[in-house]
Design a protein around this ligand. Structure first.
Ligand SMILES: Nc1ncnc2c1ncn2[C@@H]1O[C@H](COP(=O)(O)OP(=O)(O)OP(=O)(O)O)[C@@H](O)[C@H]1O
Length: 306
């Protein structure tokens, strides 16, 4: 869906991206994570041609975008950012309708889409007529995401979309983004400097350092043994092995032998870290898993599905 081929971007003497190659497949939620100044935003803005490469190519939906019409490209890609950038003198409904209006949708279709998006983002329909200054930070972020989704783009670019909200709202918004991604299967490129957010949301995680990609893969693979040391340090919170267990489903370590009588039962959706937590709490070293035959002995949990 998106491909970067040996892309280099310079701003004067600063090299923002240096020979970066990356493929993002349809339906992936690709989290770009890395320290400040590592080139995350630059990589994102290459996709809608707000930045042009000095060398290399960017392909979107298989086409080299250097030949595309810039405004048409941008209308076909949703873009949500931390500063939200809502138009202050337009209502919530008018803000959400920005791209559909540019595309010439009729009023009925626009009104239906606005109502649909308010519901999708968990926003009260009564907010439609408010101006942005009368919204909470979390509500404004949701409206920004609704606006990015309005014309149903197959690609969504999100630059720290939850950066400006409190931790509780942030957790709620993350859960919503996960649900929206699962429901719509859009290709999402998400910039974040929050390692937990990258691991929780990303189906594909890319770690940038000083304009280069140092790790690129599934969350569990990136922080697994043998992964890049910088990426493991950044994402592992000092305990990469434990964090990796929280990303793996407990069912991956199920063994054929039946559980011992009276073994505590884990919910089917539990992770290997949940299994370890129940073992620490109950002192039992072998668990059952709801809806599954077989058992979960501690040795298999520690091997982490390997
Ligand atoms: N328009 C610009 N003009 C000059 N330098 C720029 C410009 N945009 C980015 N840079 C520089 O390019 C490098 C990469 O910046 P970028 O914004 O992509 O990093 P980032 O990883 O997104 O950082 P942050 O997490 O702080 O937002 C930095 O050194 C930055 O100062």
């Amino acid at each position: 869906m998106i491909a970067f081929e040996e892309v280099t971007v310079r701003f004067g003497a600063t090299s923002a991206l240096d020979d970066v190659s990356l493929q993002v497949r349809p339906g992936e939620l690709c989290a770009l994570v890395g320290p400040s100044g590592s080139g995350k935003t630059t990589l994102l803005r290459l996709v809608n041609r707000l930045v042009t490469p000095h060398a290399g190519r960017v392909l979107v939906r298989g086409e080299d975008i250097s030949r595309a019409d810039g405004p048409a490209l941008r209308r076909s890609i949703g873009y949500a950012m931390q500063s939200v950038g809502l138009f202050p003198h337009r209502t919530v409904a008018q803000n959400i309708a920005t791209v559909p209006r540019m595309l010439g949708w009729d009023g009925t279709r626009i009104a239906r889409r606005v109502a649909e998006l308010l519901a999708l983002l968990g926003l009260d329909a009564a907010l439609a007529d408010r101006l942005p200054r009368a919204l909470s930070g979390g509500q404004a972020q949701r409206v920004g995401i609704a606006r990015a989704l309005a014309a149903d783009p197959d690609i969504l670019l999100m630059d720290e979309p939850f950066g400006a909200v409190d931790p509780i709202t942030r957790r709620g918004l993350r859960a919503e983004l996960r649900r929206i991604h699962a429901e719509t299967r859009k290709t999402i490129l998400l910039v974040t400097h929050d390692p937990e957010e990258a691991l929780e949301l990303g189906t594909h995680v890319v770690v940038l350092r000083e304009g280069r990609i140092v790790a690129d893969g599934s969350p569990a693979a990136i922080i697994g043994p043998g992964g890049d040391g910088f990426a493991r340090d950044l994402l592992g919170g000092g305990q990469p092995a434990l964090r990796r267990l929280s990303l793996l489903p407990a069912t991956e370590a199920l063994q054929p032998a039946p559980p011992p009588p009276g073994a505590p039962e884990l919910p089917a959706a539990a992770s290997l870290a949940d299994a370890l937590s129940v073992m620490a709490e109950t002192g039992c070293d072998c668990l059952a898993v709801a809806g599954h035959s077989g058992s979960l002995p501690i040795a298999a949990v520690l091997r982490g599905g390997r």
